[in-house]
Ligand binder design. Structure first.
Ligand SMILES: [Fe+2]
Length: 358
């Protein structure tokens, strides 16, 4: 029997039916009445796995003098440990971000609740570390956005006793409007401050301005993932391990040909996987390779041509993608055909953004 790994894939469809599916109508973009700039407390708190037994705590503050310090412990209000981290900020046209903090805490015990506070002030947060062994439960939803449906998806996820959230791209749909990065992080904070959120980039994270702005400045500044911990030179691709799963997050919007840094890093990463220690091998990226939807046809073909042989040789079990705002699951496939040694591909890009695709 396969060791127990549970994937909760979240889409707007809660049940399957044999009759024709009628897509529910879009819901409005959420209204955010608060003015985040007026608060002196830490905001937009989210956590991510940062190497063996460590967690990265990320947040934004408006005070330039605030410290990148996290106090934490296993009892409420009693912080027996503290860690110092780093901070960054960026400007984008007329927008200036707050001070963005990233602080790694640990080593932490497995499957344990910790209480923590950011920057020495403000409210106390609570997180739970993942288990060291099976069973482990992942929540997976891509293309979240900030609509009424996003809230529904987050409420569904919140009711599940999951260990780690996996997000295959398209987070805030800021689309160059920088304060939407702030409101998105506020929206997901109740979940993302409690369980690690592991994300990779989608097309809506790319905010290039020709000859002027790097495409992923906002995303990379705010959603730092454990790329250094996994030997990668880019926040756009990395890997991590949870319980018995090795999980690879790839970038659909960076170079992936066989001479690229991403390809060479992937080759080295799969070579290091110990299937006795991590019998499950999962890969996430944004643009699906197998897609029967009329939306985004063929967009994943070049990446698939470059990388599928490598994933097949590594015996990847499951590939998760987003981009198409629908749910779809294949049989085990490789090179466009059924293959008992191929991966199951799951598209789970209906997390809340109301348009049919993108
Ligand atoms: Fe997308």
């Amino acid at each position: 029997m396969e060791p127990k790994l549970v994937l909760l894939v979240f889409t707007l469809i809660s049940a399957t039916a044999t009759c024709e599916y009628i897509r529910p109508p879009p819901r409005k973009t959420l209204h955010f009445p608060w003015d985040s700039k007026s608060s002196s407390h830490p905001q937009q708190v989210h956590i991510s796995l940062a190497g063996d037994k460590n967690m990265r705590v990320s947040w934004v503050s408006n005070e330039k003098s605030s410290q990148s310090m996290v106090e934490y412990g296993t009892s409420p209000g009693r912080y027996s440990n503290r860690s110092q981290g780093e901070s960054t900020s960026y400007s984008y046209l007329f927008y200036s971000s707050g001070k963005i903090h990233h602080t790694v805490i640990g080593p932490l015990e497995d499957n344990t609740v910790y209480y923590y506070r950011c920057g020495g002030e403000g409210p106390e947060y609570k997180l739970k570390t993942p288990p060291a062994e099976f069973p482990v439960m992942f929540a997976v939803a891509g293309d979240l956005g900030q609509t009424g449906w996003t809230k529904t998806t987050l409420d569904h996820i919140d009711r599940c006793k999951y260990d780690v959230h996996l997000l295959p791209g398209d987070l805030s749909y800021a689309d160059y409007v920088q304060h939407r990065w702030d409101t998105f992080a506020e929206l997901v904070e109740p979940l993302a401050s409690t369980r690690p959120w592991m994300v990779t980039q989608g097309n809506h994270e790319k905010e290039s301005i020709l000859f002027f702005k790097d495409g992923f400045q906002s995303y990379n500044s705010r959603w730092k993932m454990p790329f250094e911990e996994s030997g990668s030179s880019s926040n756009l691709y990395y890997s991590f391990e949870v319980a018995g799963a090795h999980i690879i997050m790839l970038g659909s919007y960076t170079d992936y040909d066989e001479h690229s840094d991403q390809y060479n890093w992937l080759k080295a990463d799969v070579a290091k996987v110990d299937r006795k220690k991590t019998p499950w091998l999962l890969v996430l990226f944004h643009v699906p390779w197998y897609n029967s939807n009329e939306a985004h046809q063929g967009e994943g073909d070049r990446m698939m041509a470059a990388m599928e042989t490598l994933l097949h040789a590594a015996s990847v079990d499951i590939v998760l993608a987003g981009h198409v705002h629908a749910y779809e699951r294949t049989e085990r496939v490789n090179n466009g055909k059924l293959d008992p040694c191929g991966a199951v591909h799951i598209t789970i890009g209906d997390g809340g953004k109301q348009r049919r695709f993108s």
